[in-house]
Ligand binder design. Structure first.
Ligand SMILES: *Cc1c(COP(=O)(O)O)cnc(C)c1O
Length: 845
């Protein structure tokens, strides 16, 4: 049956070969004998797209027939990476394609390697959105992503003399092979203008928003294939284009050049992804981007709803909107504006609909990352929205006063408006007031939201707050990134675990099976060999796959404490070279990560990592035992190459700062052991894998909080008391790591010894180094190590994003799966009707 189905679906090797060669000729105009790798990559991508689009149309039909509720995931970022290999795995045609490509004289890895990353995100938040799309499609859920179609994704990172250099990432110049432009679904977005306070025909107050500028939002759809390939959802990305419709008037008025200039301006909106992991204040264009996303998305959502319903009573039963952080929080005001101003829904009723539709995910507790926008800017850009925000706030504060009469501090704290100067709109408060659900992304993080970020809101609406611990998709982070480990697991426990990751538990007995342990370690070694080549090709460093691979890859940020890792490396280096301590195992420290272009301290850390690596490499006493490699241009594809090769995963953020982390989950799933602080999801990972299978170090969030409040952190005293801490810190102040750039790292000594050092590096350093020593000792006991690594794999099934999405669907969205019909499953449902008269009838309008 399987074979027959593949024939019907066009999934046989033959059909795929024909499709690729047909696209070579008719889409690209080349003959197979002269096709470049890139031509073949494109022809294969178009062949995949044909099949995905057909499934997407069928999926959409199925959703429409069911009348099911839909979920819209609004996010400024989708960090997708490459798509081709992922789609081949999802459609289960990887092997057939490999064969077909052999007939063309090439191989599937080479061709998949031609694709560039879609880097439409900064890091964890954007990657989470991408994992969620994968899970919603794999669970047959009507869940759709809405984002921006940036011309330029996250910058590319070059390293020159140890310093980061940024290069633009011109994503669209390569016209993503999977996307489909949907000019038919374009929408028009008003901005700027003024309010005219008029009265309607019944004499009621009726403010009119007039004199706006118009920008067109053109959607591009990217098909998102669920595992199994039958459910294909879409990610819709909006690009800003000059509006054509109404501007003729301006042209006619004469100022031709100014009108053209204004048009060029509007294209700026979707030009570039802002390269900051956390929010950057004050950039008008960033606020315009956020509004543009919200306006385009809600236009599309409302239009889709109105195809089936003539009033808005059922809106919250048919539509759920999830806000990925506060970036799209203007959705609260925009939905109100649409309902009240355009659809004539009474204010109170509109508020009820809005509140029941929208839900908000908080991603950070960092005060500097909480979005605020000047009232004056909103008054200029979105005068009508600001009025809605005032009204929402007034109604909300009236309730606060009723509940807590006379509590002025509470009012000031909870108000959506922050008193100035300048007066600002607090986006988190707007999101919390406007949403029926506010969730954190790990148990600890949700607890901190309730207790420190928004205790007053929690007191008012305890039922609104809930936790949804993050997850990762096992399709990309196991099947695609680590196919050999996937196959080994499948040999052991049989198929099916990829969509039911808790089944990895069945691996537990194999942790005691010497033959399995041996094969497991062989897979790891193969991945380390592969990474050795990647590192050698992108740096000058030659690493030894027999050494312990100790890995920290993520955005470079003070709170993630790459600096503490470096202090640990210096500690080991000094012990080895000056104290004659015998090395337990050769170790390779692997770093990767981008620093925001304006983040000086983070960029200095990149330089420090390089310089410490060079100093060690130049020292014959150390170079055979310690090695440091910084792999440039961290992105999803590099993560897929690094993570499967890691022995140790470093997750050492200052407790209370990492909302969840998802890198930690990817590593554990690929059999690395974690050295981590009790932060974010590390806590839950340690509970799942067992305290004996993870290396926990450092202070807890509670202990840090207590020290902060008491002002009792005295790093200088630790430095004075502990000779090794003193030596490590002093080595930074000396020119030991910067012989040619004297004084380069001297600032780090002052930084680390300041009482107000926010991230408690020295407080955790000793505990951290001790824990690292323990892990190195255990690493050389191969039986023990294999056992612990396998138990990590076996016990992290909980961190599948499928589990996360099921929880969102049940507890927030009230969303159900709409699985493929029998006709779809048998491949018998033909999308294209063959009878022309029936098409003509259906299209008659
Ligand atoms: C998973 C991932 C991240 C997030 O990593 P954390 O360790 O959770 O900060 C960032 N960037 C990329 C490319 C990723 O794949």
């Amino acid at each position: 049956m399987e074979g027959e189905l593949y024939v019907r679906l066009g999934y046989t090797m033959d059909a795929l070969y024909r499709s690729i060669t047909r696209h070579l000729a008719y889409s690209l105009g080349v003959v197979p004998t002269q096709a470049s790798k890139r031509d073949i990559y494109l022809a294969l991508s178009y062949s995949v797209r044909d099949r995905l689009l057909e499934k997407m149309l069928k999926t959409n039909q199925r959703y429409e027939d069911s009348g099911a509720k839909r979920l819209y995931y609004l996010s400024m970022e989708f960090l997708i990476g490459r798509s081709l290999a992922n789609n081949l795995r999802a459609m289960k045609i990887y092997d057939q394609v490999a064969e077909a490509l052999q007939l063309l004289g090439t191989d599937v890895e080479t061709i998949c390697d031609q694709e560039r990353d879609a880097a439409l995100g900064n890091g964890g938040l954007g990657r989470l959105a991408a994992c969620f799309l994968d899970s919603m499609a794999s669970l047959d859920m009507p869940g759709f992503g809405y984002g921006l179609h940036y011309d330029y994704g996250l910058f590319e990172q070059d390293i020159s003399n140890g310093y980061q250099r940024e290069k633009p990432d011109s994503w669209i110049s390569e016209a993503p092979a999977l996307q489909v432009e949907r000019a038919d679904a374009a929408c028009i977005v008003p901005m700027y203008g003024r309010i005219e306070e008029t009265k309607d025909k019944w004499g009621r107050h009726n403010p009119l928003w007039l004199g706006w500028n118009l920008v067109t939002g053109v959607p591009y759809d990217i098909p998102i294939a669920g595992y199994g390939g039958l459910t294909v959802n879409r990610l819709r990305l909006f690009a800003a284009r000059p509006s054509t419709e109404f501007d003729i008037k301006i042209f006619n008025e004469g100022d031709y050049l100014r009108a053209v200039e204004q048009k060029i301006e509007s294209e700026k909106i979707s030009k570039i992804l802002y390269p900051k992991d956390s929010y950057e204040a004050g950039r008008e264009l960033r606020l315009i981007q956020e509004y543009f996303l919200v306006a385009c998305s809600l236009n599309d959502i409302v239009r889709t709803y109105e195809k089936d319903y003539s009033d808005f009573n059922k809106f919250p039963e048919k539509v759920a909107i999830q806000l990925n952080d506060t970036h799209p929080a203007l959705a609260v005001a925009e939905l109100m504006r649409i309902l009240v101003d355009q659809k004539w829904v009474p204010w109170e009723r509109a508020w009820d609909i809005t509140n029941r539709t929208i839900a908000y995910t908080n991603h950070t507790l960092l005060p500097e990352a909480l979005e605020k926008w000047p009232e004056s800017l909103l008054a200029r850009l979105l005068p009508r929205h600001l009025q809605f925000i005032y009204d929402i706030n007034q109604q909300f504060l009236d309730r606060v006063v009723t509940l807590w009469p006379g509590d002025v501090d509470r009012m000031r704290n909870m108000s959506i408006m922050e008193e100035g100067p300048p007066r600002q709109v607090r986006m988190a408060n707007l999101a919390i007031v406007g949403a029926h659900s506010v969730n954190g992304v790990s148990a600890l993080h949700t607890d901190l939201i309730k207790k420190s970020l928004a205790p007053n809101f929690f007191e008012m609406w305890p039922e609104r707050f809930n936790n949804k611990t993050n997850g990762i998709t096992p399709r990309r982070w196991l099947c695609v990134a680590n196919p050999n480990l996937h196959d080994l697991i499948e040999d052991a426990i049989g198929p099916g675990f990829v969509t039911d990751l808790e089944r990895l538990r069945e691996l537990e007995p194999f942790a005691e099976d010497p033959a399995f342990c041996e094969k497991f370690m062989q897979v790891k070694h193969g991945n380390k060999e592969r990474l050795k080549d990647v590192i050698f090709n992108t740096t000058v460093v030659e690493v030894d796959p027999a050494s312990l691979f100790d890995v920290q890859v993520k955005r470079i940020h003070e709170y993630k404490r790459q600096l503490m890792n470096v202090l640990g490396i210096i500690w080991e280096y000094l012990a080895l070279t000056e104290d004659g301590v015998e090395p337990v195992s050769p170790k390779t420290f692997i770093f990767a990560g981008k620093a925001a272009p304006g983040y000086w301290a983070a960029k200095q850390l990149i330089k420090l990592i390089h310089n410490v690596g060079n100093t060690i490499e130049d020292d014959p006493r150390a170079r055979d035992f310690l090695k440091v490699a910084f792999a440039p241009n961290f992105r999803v594809t590099l993560a897929e190459q690094i993570i499967p090769a890691a022995d140790i995963s470093q997750q050492i953020s200052t407790a209370g700062f990492e909302a969840s982390g998802t890198g930690n989950m990817k590593f554990a799933l690929n059999g690395a052991l974690t050295i981590g602080t009790m932060d974010g999801a590390n806590i839950e990972i340690s509970q799942k894998v067992g305290r004996e299978n993870i290396y926990i170090c450092g202070l807890t969030a509670y202990e840090i909080e207590k020290m902060k409040r008491a002002g009792s952190y005295k790093p200088k005293a630790m430095y004075d008391k502990h000779p090794m801490i003193k030596r490590v810190v002093d080595s930074l102040a000396s020119d030991r790591f910067c012989p040619r750039e004297s004084g380069l790292f001297a600032w780090l000594k002052d930084y680390l010894l300041a009482d107000n050092e926010m991230f408690f590096h020295l407080a955790d350093l000793e505990s951290y180094v001790k824990t690292r020593e323990l892990s190195t000792q255990e690493y050389v006991d191969k039986t023990l190590w294999a056992k612990k690594a396998i138990l990590n794999v076996a016990r992290v099934g909980h961190f599948s994003s499928d589990r996360t999405i099921r929880q969102y669907a049940e507890e927030i969205w009230d969303l159900v799966a709409i699985p493929p019909t029998e006709a779809e499953k048998s491949g018998k449902l033909k999308y294209t009707p063959s009878d022309p008269s029936s098409i003509a009838t259906a299209r008659a309008w």
